[in-house]
Design a protein around this ligand. Sequence first.
Ligand SMILES: Cc1cc2nc3c(=O)[nH]c(=O)nc-3n(C[C@H](O)[C@H](O)[C@H](O)COP(=O)(O)OP(=O)(O)OC[C@H]3O[C@@H](n4cnc5c(N)ncnc54)[C@H](O)[C@@H]3O)c2cc1C
Length: 477
Amino acid sequence: MPQRHWDAVGVGIGPANLSLAALLDPLTDFRPRFFDRRPAFEWHPGLLLDGTTIQVSFIKDLVTLADPTSRFSFLAFLHAEDRIYSFFHAEFPRVSRTEFNQYYRWASERLRSLEFGTTVEAVTCDRLLRVHTDRGTVSTTSLVLGSGAQPLLPDCAAPHLGPTVFHACSYLQNRGAGAGRRVVVVGGGQTGAEIVLDLLADPRVRPREVCWLSRRPNFLPLDESPFANEWFTPAYSDHFFQLAPTLRERLVAEQKLASDGISPGLLGALYRRLYELRHLDGGECRWRCCPGRELRELAPAAAAAGREAVWRLRVEPTQGAVAETLEAEVVILATGFSHGIGDYLKPIAHLLPPESRNGDLHVRDDFSVAWDGPPGCRIFVQGGARVWRGPAERNLSLNAWRSATIVNSLLGRTVYRTTPPAPIVDWGTPTVATRGAVAPRPGRTGEAGDLPAAPPRLDEGGRAPEPDASAVRKAPR
Ligand SMILES: Cc1cc2nc3c(=O)[nH]c(=O)nc-3n(C[C@H](O)[C@H](O)[C@H](O)COP(=O)(O)OP(=O)(O)OC[C@H]3O[C@@H](n4cnc5c(N)ncnc54)[C@H](O)[C@@H]3O)c2cc1C
């Protein structure tokens, strides 16, 4: 009979919960289960474009920054796949997204706790959390939300979604839709830039005309400087967490380019391509790069009989230029992603804290949500707490550290050392500690000293089982 009760259930198997599964894997006294609706691991498949690279070092893989000895590291993958020498000789400035996707897939194929092809449809609770999937219901005391973000659409575009107006997340499925046509790409971040370069680079998909819009004042680079990178450390995440809410919100906006800017290498490649098209390639594709413009209206233009449907876009300046009306056969919305509670949480939404304006949930220092659920039942959030933890929440940088923090909290003991190493930057002492943000500390565990004891893990009937001393493994420190 399939197992129906798990010590923890993860919703979604993206890099975040894959990291958690990898760090839980060596622990024989803990039984987690992770579900993903996809048939196998895939990392943003609609945007897995040729030539794109990851924006962080490969050391920020699933495990290394929490446990460099783990068998699920990127280096372990290269070694297992017999490419470790040639990888180093190739001296890629950044690892390709295709290769990181291969690595994630490789790790996913070695983890027994993962179940693909299973959609979580609803979560309810009584004494336990019940996770209802399209393949049955399981129970747990600990839920880990790793279901990622949803495509964010401008209000004016949402009603027109279809084969000629689509979000960037389905770009590859629709690649070619703009060939020989007029295309508008909305969004001046990394994804918009990758799509514009793809459209201009490959003659098979090249439009007759490309117009690239961005609300930002220019096509601005990702800030990868060492001091900006200090924002992506455990020490800064902990510091940020203790700041006053209004300050945290302001910092999220101020630090945007450290996570949402365009990779300098991509900007260079794009600029060179535009130069080639203008001066070397005979000018068969016209293009415009239009920063400082915001899409305000999108509507079908009256199509002349026998002519292809055309979209009319009203674009307003964010700085000085006059408003314009554009026409295009294809509109690609590289307008980002938003967090927020998934539909599957609706049955327990009344027990959750109110979301912040950008959809983040109120988390405590162990990434568990401060909620009004049954005692002993906890919900952890992966990557959906930027307003609480800072810019690294939307990025791969602290994946391993956050997962290690969650492991320690799930187990109620220090399985992985998560104490932040001293940062280079002295961020000062916050004047306001975030109220109610520290996970309850019911008592010392003896082993960890500074960790809250995890609530007792309940069995299927909601009872605390007798401890099984023989099952406890000596966990990595
Ligand atoms: C194209 C792209 C490239 C990126 N590249 C980088 C990068 O190079 N460096 C960096 O630091 N950050 C990058 N990011 C940002 C971030 O690191 C990634 O978005 C990362 O994938 C987030 O991981 P996740 O596990 O939280 O969510 P996701 O990767 O989005 O995974 C969520 C998973 O949950 C599943 N799911 C959702 N709902 C359900 C449900 N109800 N039931 C079952 N399964 C469900 C989905 O199928 C999906 O597999 C990138 C983002 C994008 C969009």
